[in-house]
Design a protein around this ligand. Structure first.
Ligand SMILES: [Zn+2]
Length: 144
């Protein structure tokens, strides 16, 4: 049955069809850690067994990523590797939302500072007018 492996990047969350080295190294095992570099620049190392296996012929329009390296079999893989991998994707998503909110906050602060600066400028102009006015009054009183 035709099938392919699907990789989801924890940074950009895009899906890719995994291109394996040909030939596959002899030391390859599902407990091998493979290294994948996403087009977004994110480098990921994960157990081969964490890749989703899609049981259908690959769609030719689907973007691909290459397996850069294959480690030898890990004799004692981390417990809960799958849960941790999924949690990692979730945490990265939460961090991105948080960063977006922080950016929004910076924008609001900058906008309010902008308004503040604007009124400062107006105050400066007003005080200049006031000084000119006082000077004129002073000159008038001297003349008078
Ligand atoms: Zn990515």
């Amino acid at each position: 049955m035709p099938s392919y492996n699907l990789f989801t990047c924890s940074n950009c969350e895009n899906h890719f069809r995994v291109l394996w080295p040909d030939p596959l190294p002899n030391h390859f095992h599902l407990r091998s850690k493979i290294k994948i570099v996403c087009p977004c620049g994110e480098m990921t190392e994960l157990y081969a067994f964490l890749l989703d296996r899609i049981l259908q012929a690959p769609d030719s329009t689907m973007p691909t990523v290459q397996v850069e390296s294959v480690s030898s079999r890990d004799p004692s893989p981390e417990p809960y590797a799958r849960a941790k991998w999924q949690q990692g994707i979730f945490l990265r998503r939460a961090a991105r939302v948080k960063a977006r909110l922080a950016n929004l906050r910076i924008f609001i602060v900058e906008a309010s500072v902008g308004i503040h600066q604007h009124s400062k400028k107006r105050l400066k102009r007003l005080s200049k007018l006031l000084i000119c006015g006082l000077a004129a009054v002073g000159a008038m009183s001297r003349d008078g």
